[in-house]
Design a protein around this ligand. Structure first.
Ligand code: CTP
Length: 400
């Protein structure tokens, strides 16, 4: 099998320079990349750079190498087209089917998955014209990644930044892996919690756990690549924000509960992948707790934290909302999993066996997904994103 063929469309925004890193990641991971910039993009990064980094010829218009019919062939041959950055003008042209240069022609002839990574000033992103164009492109099956929030050109800050190229690359990798399966979570809002809560004892100490957050992040990334609007509520992970995902940061179980309740009302699915502390210290010392010579330490008194998963399953803001939980077990894994599924009242429970090398901090995972309908889906040892995709497959089946 030859290398997957990727067309990297670049439109004219300052973020064009970041597309160089995306290009490098694509070529270094074995993709054959053809860069198709617009004329405006060449004001920011020249053709020589695109050509040298891709190892392929670069042109912007349809009047070169006409005998090869490039305006049709490039799009037809592609396995993936990714436009990064996509300007407001590019989104408008794509939504309306204009074809006045090589990139817009390529977009009309491509029958493969298409990803747009918009970057522009907040006002342009929020303008109803742009929002309607984005909605049109999404309705037609394109994946449009929401821009990140942060520093924009000049002194401005807001939504409109191109996500980290490493994260756009992750989206491309996942979309390519899915082939023509399409964004089957498009139009859905999913809420995912990830990481481990920390319950403070004093300003420098806390009770915590060993959850890395990687499984929750894999769930967020795969859902975004399948077209979902994703709210990721993360506790103490330190992981980079996935492209197109709305990230909410929390510390404690009580903060996590508040964030989940805030995000859940219009969610189609809530996935509780976070390791939530069952207990928290009854008191918080505002000053550092000091040891006293000759005295035994004070015992730590714990109180129960709210069980967010059980609460979400019992009080669903929408009756059709799905609730997915996780369980880490050391013994009688399936029997304990079944009992926990019933106790928590969720629709799906992902049961991991905890042990050497398994689960915490690793890139791999192995699990059984139990359904309230009695189903049992075994997921063999493999990347956390494979388990994430199985969870979303089961969710898609149940969403109807
Ligand atoms: N969970 C939660 N709120 C809590 C504790 C757990 O929402 N206070 C969620 C986790 O996010 C996870 C699932 O519940 O989805 C796993 O809970 P776990 O701690 O294993 O369940 P427990 O009922 O506490 O069972 P155990 O007796 O094994 O600790």
């Amino acid at each position: 099998m030859g290398k997957p063929k990727v067309v990297l469309g670049v439109s004219g925004g300052i973020a064009a320079y970041k597309a160089c890193e995306l290009l490098r990641r694509l070529t270094e991971s074995g993709h054959d990349v053809r860069v198709v910039p617009t004329d405006s993009a060449l004001h920011f990064v020249g053709a020589a750079t695109w050509s040298a980094l891709s190892g392929n010829p670069v042109s912007t218009e349809v009047w070169e190498s006409v005998h090869e019919v490039p305006h049709v062939r490039i799009g037809q041959a592609a396995d993936l087209v990714v436009v990064a950055p996509a300007t407001a003008d590019m989104l408008a042209k794509a939504a309306h089917g204009l074809a006045d240069d090589l990139l817009t022609n390529t977009l009309l002839t491509a029958r493969c998955p298409v990803v747009f990574a918009p970057a522009m000033h907040t006002e342009m992103w929020e303008h109803p014209a742009t929002q309607e164009n984005v909605a049109t492109l999404r309705r037609r099956g394109a994946l449009v990644i929401d821009p990140a929030v942060g520093r924009l050109t000049g002194a401005d800050t807001g939504k409109g930044r191109l996500p980290d190229p490493a994260e756009i690359f992750e989206v491309c990798r996942r979309v390519l892996a899915r082939g023509t399966a399409g964004p089957d979570l498009a139009g859905r809002h999913v809420v995912v919690s990830a990481g481990g809560t920390r319950e403070p004892l004093d300003p420098v100490r806390f009770l915590g756990n060993r959850s890395s957050g990687k499984q929750g992040y894999a769930l967020a990334r795969t859902a975004a690549a399948r077209g979902a609007r994703v709210t990721l509520i993360e506790a103490n992970t330190g992981l980079p924000d996935p492209a197109g995902v709305d990230v909410v940061r929390v510390g404690t179980a009580v903060q996590l509960r508040e964030a989940v309740l805030k995000a859940a009302p219009d969610a189609d699915v809530v996935v509780m992948a976070a390791a939530v502390a069952d207990f928290r210290p009854e008191t918080y010392a505002t000053g550092k707790i000091k040891k006293k010579d000759g005295q035994d330490p004070e015992p730590i008194v714990l109180v129960r934290n709210p069980d967010i998963l059980a609460e979400m399953a019992a009080d669903r803001p929408r009756p059709e909302q799905l609730v997915v939980g996780f369980a880490a077990e050391t013994d009688d894994v399936l029997a304990n999993g079944r009992a926990k599924l019933a106790r928590k009242g969720c629709d799906l429970l992902v049961v991991n066996e905890v042990g050497e090398r398994k689960t915490f901090g690793s890139e791999e995972n192995e699990a059984v997904v139990l359904g309230a309908d009695g189903s049992e889906t075994a997921v063999p040892y493999g990347p956390k994103e494979a388990l994430a995709d199985t969870v979303w497959d089961l969710v898609v089946d149940r969403l109807g």
